[in-house]
Ligand binder design. Sequence first.
Ligand SMILES: Nc1nc2c(ncn2[C@@H]2O[C@H](COP(=O)(O)OP(=O)(O)OP(=O)(O)O)[C@@H](O)[C@H]2O)c(=O)[nH]1
Ligand SMILES: [Mg+2]
Length: 441
Amino acid sequence: MVLEKLGSNLYNAIQKVLKAPIVDEALVKELIKDFQRALLQADVNVQLVMELSKQIETRALDEELPPGISRREHLIKVIYDELTNFVGEKPQELKIQPGKQNILMMVGIQGSGKTTQSAKLARYFQKRGYKVGIICADTFRPGAYNQLKMLAESINVDFYGEPDAKNPVDLAKRGIKQLNDHEVVILDTSGRHKEEEELIREMQEIEHAVQPKEIILVLDGTIGQQAAAQAQAFNEATDVGSIIVSKLDGTARGGGALSSVAATRAPIKFIGTGEKIEDLEPFIPSRFIGRLLGMGDIEGLVEKVREAEAPISEKDVMAMLSGKLNLQDMYNQFEAMQNMGPLQKVLSMIPGFSYQMPTEELENAEERLEKWKVIIQSMTPEEKDDPKVLNRSRIQRVARGSGTDEKEVRELIKQYNTMRKMLKQMKGSRRMRRQMPFNLR
Ligand SMILES: Nc1nc2c(ncn2[C@@H]2O[C@H](COP(=O)(O)OP(=O)(O)OP(=O)(O)O)[C@@H](O)[C@H]2O)c(=O)[nH]1
Ligand SMILES: [Mg+2]
């Protein structure tokens, strides 16, 4: 794949981040250099690269870390976010209305890959259960009819064409009529003409005559950044609803084509990744970037960060602040904390807290969570509800019951008291969010 080279460069940069002993400003800067190099080699527009790297750098260095997320994870999330955003944010879908005749009209300059993508799209919708037909409205190039007919036959899709027709507009109308019981009708047009103007005129005439559900522009990925200008020119002449960037398996310039077109917010819906009929895939920015970064589990990581970012509601916090924190609550918090949950969030919302408790201690605390949970489980409901009743003999009993010793039980009680105190401290504080300078964890 094209993007193979780009992908492997980005992948190596990510690996560097994953393997680095510490994630600090120097590493962030180095990573950004690697990125710039990789993107520029893939013919991505210089200005776009600069904007992107600036954005990554600012976010990576200045943004506060969501609780429970390491700087490393945050950095990777930022890169992933920004790159995804860079190529299109949300996936755009080519919608087909079932039970209707959806005419998809292919346009694009000569050799861009219209005919090939027509067959690929036909196969794509056929596999999804639609009744599909193809029309060859390229009356200009002598071999066009046979090329498409063979492709259609190879996938068993109905085909309409007239080998000797001269007028593509009338032909298209007859084809549409012939295939009126087909849900998806793909109309391949000519890309070759003596003059560009003539090509544009023909395209507009066919559009007018058949009123397609969608005009699909095929752009050749090997032309690099020029693809954006071409997309714009076509969009001015006609109402382009979808874009397919083809030949992304070919050269290193694919990155340039894709990103420059994406930067105009044009709807790239598919990418062509080879000459075979199956080599078409919906363009899903997040998946695409994940693959490029070589991170199969990036979705999981992103999900983790997203969860950590989900704000705890003020109501939750107030309920805890009202003093109603018992050991059962604490137990629940421990449990949640083991999934990187609310305790961390609550604690991290206390201004200055991150200075009070060094990471090491937090880690120790996490190691002890399991033990503490067992201790709490050995308590009676009364004790859990109001730990003040835990006198010496009760503590001895709990220690025995949980297979720990008195010292550990007392430690838990101390921890509980500390936590309550901190929650009280937080009461009245309007700064609910952690204010923390760039702090390397
Ligand atoms: N590697 C690769 N080759 C492709 C892809 N799509 C199309 N091609 C090749 O590009 C060449 C031109 O493709 P066509 O589909 O005939 O292009 P076209 O736009 O219909 O060309 P005209 O009808 O002459 O305007 C063919 O050799 C295809 O095999 C792709 O995604 N990857
Ligand atoms: Mg063609």
